[in-house]
Design a protein around this ligand. Sequence first.
Ligand code: PMP
Length: 434
Amino acid sequence: MPRPTDASAALFERARAVTPGGVNSPVRAFNAVGGTPRFIRSAAGAWLTDADGNEYVDLICSWGPMLLGHAHPEVQARVAEAVARGTSYGTPTEPEVELAEEIVARTPVERVRFVSSGTEATMSAIRLARGFTGRDIVVKFAGCYHGHVDSLLASAGSGLATFAVPGTPGVPVSSTELTLVLPYNDRAAVDKVFAEYPDRIACLITEAAPGNMGVVPPEPGFNAFLSETCTRHGALFVSDEVMTGFRASKLGQWGLDGAVEGWRPDLMTFGKVMGGGFPAAAFGGRADVMSRLVPEGPVYQAGTLSGNPIATTAGLATLRLATDEVYDHIGVAADTIKTAVSDALSEAGVAHVVQATGTMFSVFFAEGQVRDFESASRTDASAYAAFFHAMLDAGVYLPPSAYEAWFLSAAHDDRAVQTVLDALPDAARAAAAA
Ligand code: PMP
């Protein structure tokens, strides 16, 4: 049953008058699925409440950060105490040190610097890689998103090993002409560009496990191969764990491959979970590389709100509460939902494939395994739109795009999971009819 949306629709109209598309990040506008974007008024645990009073089980979790669920009482308490002490000083503070220590203890990075968004983290990591190596070329993969950094908003050029073209108006050719875009999971393409530019590649940046074209896990050994190839050619391996960090597993995607196989990235980027729902992100890595940053070294980087005491307090509280039990719980809930989605879609005769890395997963409305951007693009977006709206009408808030990961939290209890399961058969039939 469609739910009332008058209040959201009225807010959307006001928003569109003063903000492009009515939103501050494009996917929120429901442009990929149509309909009225829901303006959320409050959230608690696994549930969102919109401006019309509708409740939804949240399978976005703020696009990843809310690992513990919304309004976790202990995180809220720490944040309230921190707010009472003032909100920003522009000086070093203890929470920054504590959060940095926690990240250094939990990941292979030796030093870390805080910024305010994942975009800043990858932008800064690339600048540092260029500054450290004295080289200029950056290699990335099609379908990997690293934020709206000019040089990374690039599409593949006309052939392998040709420089990229801007992926959006507003990015000059000069910003992407040092970026090479390769197909994901393609070792031969990687070998080829390193053979072609043996002394010019500053870094290769990849999502540790892509989640921004839907979840496309690295094939076994792929990240190890990237790490080894970069090392052999004197380039830095930059692993972007903004989405997977403290999410795919307690140690992120690296916990699923590097920690087991015995390699570590030169630089890593983090965001989302480590900010506990506040604007905080980070880049970090080898001490000798990080020491090239100002004020220790010459590579410039700075931020008025970087390491903000409220954001770092929320992130620290979140990471300290993110125990093995949290990941076990999310893993079990994810398995239940993955199986049920697949069963419902099969029953309705909808082509699909569920892909996962650790506790992170997504559902492609497409035939066969998805291993790169080209195969991800075969997703049937209109079937997904029908599925999305049927789920929304039944009280389940999925990502409003067919190419996104679904996120769960420690607060997704039996009632929340059951709400999802109950909604699936009708939604699968809606997808079949689309
Ligand atoms: N890297 C990855 C892997 C991401 O998923 C994102 C955001 N979805 C970013 C970078 C950019 O982060 P932000 O939106 O905080 O700028």
